[in-house]
Each structure stands twice: as structure tokens, then as C-alpha cells.
Design a protein around this ligand. Structure first.
Ligand code: FES
Length: 140
């Protein structure tokens, strides 16, 4: 087992501190459909009008998730499970995407679409299947 020097620890902590988290925008207009699916009304979530917009919500089936606008296409979204694949810590939004925050998390970084950028996680944030129309994103 390798040990982390005090200097390495301080440098890593400073780098993580520089990635200031961005306050989450809570999703609004959430409806549970009769078939158990979750519908997120786009008119109620103006953050999703722009590419790069994000809203977060919790669903019993998945826990904490995020809906991300990835393109202007009517189907241009990603829905991500925000549980870090490494050890399950909930990732936080930063200007460049997502980070697994210390002290419980170990600093893995992910792109806004959930793709792994680096760190101890060996995989990207888990995508959740959905359908999208001009009016709503529906999560299975
Ligand atoms: S729990 Fe996220 S990097 Fe370890």
C-alpha cells in the first residue's frame, strides 16, 4: 500500500478546492405516471432550455439523479445516476462537470454527460434510460 505524502495531500486538496461546486437546481414539475415512470415537465425546468443546463432530483428507483441538456435536439438529454461508481458517494456539480467530493469521496471527475475524466472510479456515471419529447423527459 502506498502512502500519500503530506505535500501530495495538500496539493490534491488545493486542486479539489479549486473545483468549486455549483449549487444544484432542483427539478420542478415532476409527475409519477400511472405506469410508475417519472415525467419531468420541461416548461417547469427552464434550466434545461440551454445546452449545459442541469436539474437534479431523487427517484426511489435510482436515488439522486440529474437530467442534463446535451444538445438542442428534442432528444438531446442525458439522465445520470449521481452515485459515484467507485464507492457510491453522491457527486457534486462543478463548472466543468461533476466531482466526487472529499472527504467521503476520492476526487473522481466526470464530464457533464457523465463520462469519466479521471480519478479512482473505473467507469463513467451510470446512464439511466429515458424518452424525451419537446414537452417532457420521461424516466423508466
Ligand atoms: S467514491 Fe467517488 S472516487 Fe471514491
Amino acid at each position: 500500500m502506498s502512502s500519500l505524502s503530506r505535500r501530495d495531500f495538500i496539493c490534491a486538496s488545493a486542486a479539489l478546492t479549486a473545483l468549486a461546486t455549483v449549487p444544484a437546481v432542483a427539478a420542478a414539475g415532476i409527475k409519477t405516471l400511472a405506469n410508475g415512470k417519472t415525467e419531468i415537465d420541461l416548461a417547469s425546468n427552464t434550466a434545461l432550455n440551454s445546452v449545459g443546463g442541469v436539474v437534479e432530483l431523487s427517484i426511489n428507483k435510482y436515488g439522486k439523479i440529474a437530467v442534463v441538456r446535451t444538445s438542442k435536439s428534442s432528444k438531446g438529454f442525458a439522465v445520470l445516476n449521481l452515485s459515484c461508481p467507485h464507492a457510491g458517494v453522491i457527486v457534486k456539480k462543478v463548472s466543468s462537470g461533476w466531482i466526487c467530493p472529499p472527504p467521503r469521496g476520492h476526487g473522481s471527475e466526470f464530464a457533464l454527460n457523465g463520462a469519466l475524466k479521471g480519478g479512482l472510479s473505473s467507469s463513467s456515471l451510470k446512464p439511466i434510460s429515458f424518452t424525451a419529447t419537446k414537452k417532457a423527459v420521461t424516466i423508466a
